[in-house]
Design a protein around this ligand. Structure first.
Ligand code: ZN
Length: 260
């Protein structure tokens, strides 16, 4: 018995397979990640359609005997040509795709995963250089929430205290949560001295109040409105380091595509 199924899907990656075919990886709303082969040479129309960041309805034929899948048709509804027009856009889009692939599509609520990826890519398509990097950090933070890994931002995970006067908390990759200065000092073997030293000695990441406010705000924000939320460079660097640390723990590796 063989069958063809229709999916709402986004192409994440495409690789040469054999002499003239290509393998594509898709995120579908119905079944999460799917790998399928696109048959046909370089002039094939289907092959031109089955390119990263195109999305729409795909028809996939499943051969249960060989357990292989073949892309048999693709009705593209979003082409996103702008992603290829600026280096930073292409790199951010690639980082988003590789993150989804490395976390196996997010495991369950694929419709939400697809919507988040598509919305972010739609804004990225016309974003300037600076916004590209912010959109990536936005996506990774929302993705951490989607994976159930966002830390509580305003209380120490160890003693439940709110931050002291200076408002600083420290993210501990080991605890998977924020620590107050006292508990952070404890974690780094009693070294409660200079804050830079603290982070250096223990892998703890400083997260200032401005950074935490931004992270809390973007949880409720459509990516289209992200350019309205300005933040200082220091807070942005902290946010970036934080999302990389959270996802590095989750994926078991730091993705090369996050940094360019
Ligand atoms: Zn504490």
């Amino acid at each position: 018995m063989s069958r063809t199924q229709v999916f709402s899907a986004l192409i994440l990656r495409s690789r040469t397979s054999g002499e003239s075919n290509r393998d594509v990886w898709l995120l579908s709303a119905e079944s999460g990640l799917i790998r399928a082969t696109v048959f046909g040479g370089p002039k094939s129309k289907l092959r031109a359609h089955a390119t990263p960041f195109h999305s729409g309805q795909v028809w996939i034929y499943h051969d249960p005997v060989k357990d292989s899948r073949k892309l048999s048709d693709f009705d593209v509804s979003s082409w996103r040509p702008g992603l290829r027009e600026l280096y930073e856009r292409a790199m951010s889009a690639d980082a988003i795709a590789e993150t989804i692939l490395a976390s196996h599509g997010g495991g369950g609520n694929w419709e939400t995963a697809l919507a988040l990826a598509e919305e972010t890519l739609d804004v990225l398509e016309s974003a300037g250089e600076e916004l590209c990097e912010r959109l990536l950090v936005y996506f990774l933070w929302r993705w951490a929430d989607f994976l159930g890994l966002q830390p509580e931002l305003e209380n120490c995970v160890s003693c439940a205290k709110a931050p002291a006067q200076d408002g600083l908390l420290w993210y501990s990759p080991r605890e998977g949560g924020m620590l107050c200065a006292d508990c952070a000092g404890g974690e780094s073997n009693g070294n409660s001295g200079h804050s830079g030293e603290l982070a250096h000695n223990s892998g703890l990441l400083q997260v200032n109040p401005g950074c935490r406010r931004w992270l809390a705000a973007i949880n409720l924000l459509s990516p289209a409105l992200l350019n309205r939320y300005t933040m200082d460079g220091k807070s942005f660097r902290e946010a970036k380091a934080l999302v990389f640390a959270i996802l590095t723990e989750a994926l078991g590796k730091r993705l090369a595509s996050w940094e360019w």
